[in-house]
Design a protein around this ligand. Structure first.
Ligand code: PA5
Length: 464
C-alpha cells in the first residue's frame, strides 16, 4: 500500500511556527467527519469518479473495441487538453519506457503515443513531421465535445492528412466523450466512429480512470485493470470518516490547517523524473478544483492554495533554495519510490578513487542516491521549520499509480468540503474561453466581442 509520512508537518519536529500539534489536528476530527458525510452523500452519484475503479464492463468494451486498431496501427495521436490530456500523458511517462516512442516495435509495450494538448503551431508541426497517417489512430478526447484547442487540433490533423483521413475517417479516428451530449458525440454518431464514454457525472480532471486514461492507456500497452485495482484499494482505504484512519483526509486536513496559517502554496515534488507529469496532473486537479471566488453560501472568498510542480533531485538545483530560505508559505509533498525497477550501480573504476567528488559515490547505487537526496531535503527543510510530508510509493507500476491517483482525487474532494466550495466546477475558465470564441467570430458571441474590445483597450504608453 502507498503510505503517507507526515512527521515533518508536526510541531514536535518542525517547531511551533507552522508545526501542527496532535491536539490541534484532533480538533478537526468533527469538521472532517461532517465533510466526509457530505462527500459520501455525493459519492457515486454526482461524484462519479468514485465508481470508476469498479467499471470493469467499460474495460472489457475498451479492450474488445481497440483490438482491431492495435493489430493495425503503430502510432496513436491523442488530442485532448486539461483533464483530457494530462492523465494520458502522465500514464505514458510513468508506466512506459520514458522514451518508448524511440524504441523499435518489438521492444515497445504498445503503440507509439503522441499527446497533443496545445495549439502551438510550431510544436504541432514538429509532431506532425514524425506521423505517418496511414499507420496512425487519432484519439480525440473531449468531455464537452466543444473545447477550442482540441477542435483546432482535430481540424489541423485533418487538414494536414486530408488524403488519408478524408476518405477513411472512420478507420483512423476514435472518440472519447460524453455518452449522450455534445458535438463530438454527434460526430461519432454521424460518421459511425467507435466511441468510448466519459460518464456524465465524472468531471474532466477526475477522469483519468475513465475511458480518458484507459483508451490511450490500453493502446500504449499499460495494464489498465491493475490501474483500477490500485484505485479500488485506495478507495476502500479512504472511505473512513475518521481523520486519523484516512490518509487522504489527513493529508488534505494538514494542508487546510497550514493554509489557514498562511501557507498558500502546495508543492508536489516527486523524486522521479518519470513521475514528473503526475505533478502537472496534480497542479490542474488542485488549481481548478480549489481556486474559487465564491463559497457554497454565496460569499466571496477568493480561496485556494496555489499548486506548484517540482521534480527531485533536479529542482534541488532550482527551487529548493527558495523552499528552504524563502517565505513560510509552502507545504511540500514529496513522493519517494521505495523500490525502483532498475538498479543503477555507480561502481566506476579504481582509477577514480583519488577523486573525492567521485569516490564517495562509488559502491553505491543511483537508487540510494536519489532517495538519500529526498530524505536530506526533507530534513533540511524541517530544520528551518518548513513543513513537508512524503507519499511513499512501493514501486512505480500500474497498481500503485492507481492508488496514488485515487489518493489525490479523494484529498481534493475532501478539501472542497473543508473550504466549503464546489470543487467540481470551473466557472473561472469560461470567461477567457468566451472571449476567444468572440475573437474568432463564433456566432452568438457578438456582445462578448464588444466587451473584449472595451477591456482590451490598451495604451501604447505602457508598451516599450
Ligand atoms: O477539469 C476540467 O473539467 C477541464 O480541465 C477539462 O478537462 C478541460 O477543459 C477539457 O475539457 P473537455 O474534455 O471538455 O475538452
Amino acid at each position: 500500500m502507498v503510505k503517507l509520512d507526515y512527521n515533518y508537518c508536526m510541531a514536535d519536529y518542525i517547531g511551533d511556527r507552522l508545526g501542527i500539534c496532535e491536539k490541534e489536528l484532533a480538533s478537526y476530527e468533527n469538521k472532517v467527519k461532517k465533510a466526509h458525510n457530505a462527500l459520501m452523500e455525493k459519492a457515486g452519484k454526482e461524484l462519479g469518479f468514485y465508481n470508476l475503479p469498479y467499471d470493469r464492463d467499460n474495460v472489457k468494451y475498451i479492450k474488445e473495441t481497440l483490438k482491431k486498431y492495435k493489430d493495425k496501427y503503430d502510432t496513436q495521436v491523442v488530442l485532448g487538453i486539461g483533464g483530457s490530456g494530462l492523465g494520458p500523458a502522465a500514464l505514458q511517462s510513468s508506466l512506459l519506457n520514458y522514451i518508448s516512442n524511440e524504441l523499435p516495435k518489438e521492444k515497445r509495450k504498445g503503440m507509439r503515443t503522441y499527446i497533443i494538448d496545445n495549439v502551438d503551431p510550431e510544436w504541432f508541426s514538429d509532431i506532425m513531421e514524425v506521423i505517418d497517417p496511414k499507420n496512425t489512430l487519432f484519439v480525440m478526447i473531449s468531455k464537452s465535445g466543444s473545447t477550442a484547442e482540441t477542435a483546432a487540433d482535430f481540424l489541423a490533423c485533418f487538414t494536414k492528412f486530408r488524403d488519408v483521413l478524408g476518405s477513411n475517417l472512420k478507420e483512423h479516428l476514435v472518440v472519447v466523450t460524453d455518452p449522450q451530449k455534445g458535438e463530438l458525440r454527434r460526430m461519432a454518431n454521424e460518421f459511425g466512429l467507435d466511441s468510448f464514454p466519459i460518464p456524465e457525472n465524472v468531471g474532466g480532471r477526475f477522469s483519468v480512470l475513465s475511458s480518458v486514461g484507459l483508451v490511450p492507456g490500453e493502446l500504449m500497452g499499460i495494464d489498465i485493470e491493475a490501474l483500477l485495482d490500485g484505485a479500488a484499494d485506495m478507495d476502500k482505504a479512504t472511505r473512513k470518516g475518521d481523520l486519523f484512519s484516512n490518509m487522504a483526509y489527513l493529508s488534505a486536513t494538514i494542508e487546510y490547517i497550514l493554509y489557514l496559517k498562511g501557507v498558500n502554496i502546495s508543492v508536489l515534488m516527486p523524486y522521479s523524473t518519470k513521475l514528473g507529469k503526475w505533478a502537472d496532473w496534480y497542479v490542474q486537479l488542485w488549481a481548478e478544483s480549489l481556486g474559487k471566488k465564491v463559497d457554497r453560501d454565496g460569499a466571496y472568498v477568493y480561496v485556494g492554495p496555489t499548486p506548484l510542480k517540482g521534480v527531485g533531485a533536479t529542482d534541488q538545483h532550482s527551487q529548493v533554495q527558495l523552499f528552504k530560505e524563502g517565505p513560510y508559505d509552502k507545504v511540500i509533498t514529496f513522493i519517494r519510490v521505495e523500490k525502483f525497477k532498475n538498479t543503477v550501480n555507480l561502481d566506476g573504476d579504481d582509477k577514480f578513487k583519488n577523486y573525492s567528488s567521485l569516490s564517495y559515490l562509488m559502491g553505491h547505487t543511483m537508487n540510494e542516491l536519489i532517495n538519500a537526496e529526498e530524505m536530506a531535503t526533507e530534513a533540511a527543510l524541517a530544520k528551518e521549520g518548513k513543513p513537508s510530508k512524503t507519499l511513499i510509493l512501493p514501486e512505480i507500476n500500474e497498481y500503485y499509480i492507481g492508488q496514488m491517483i485515487f489518493f489525490f482525487e479523494v484529498a481534493t474532494a475532501i478539501s472542497g468540503e473543508l473550504y466549503n466550495i464546489n470543487a467540481f466546477d470551473q466557472p473561472g475558465v469560461e470567461e477567457g474561453k468566451n472571449f476567444t470564441y468572440a475573437l474568432l467570430g463564433r456566432n452568438g458571441y457578438e456582445e462578448k466581442k464588444k466587451e473584449f474590445e472595451t477591456l482590451y483597450n490598451k495604451s501604447s504608453k505602457f508598451i516599450m
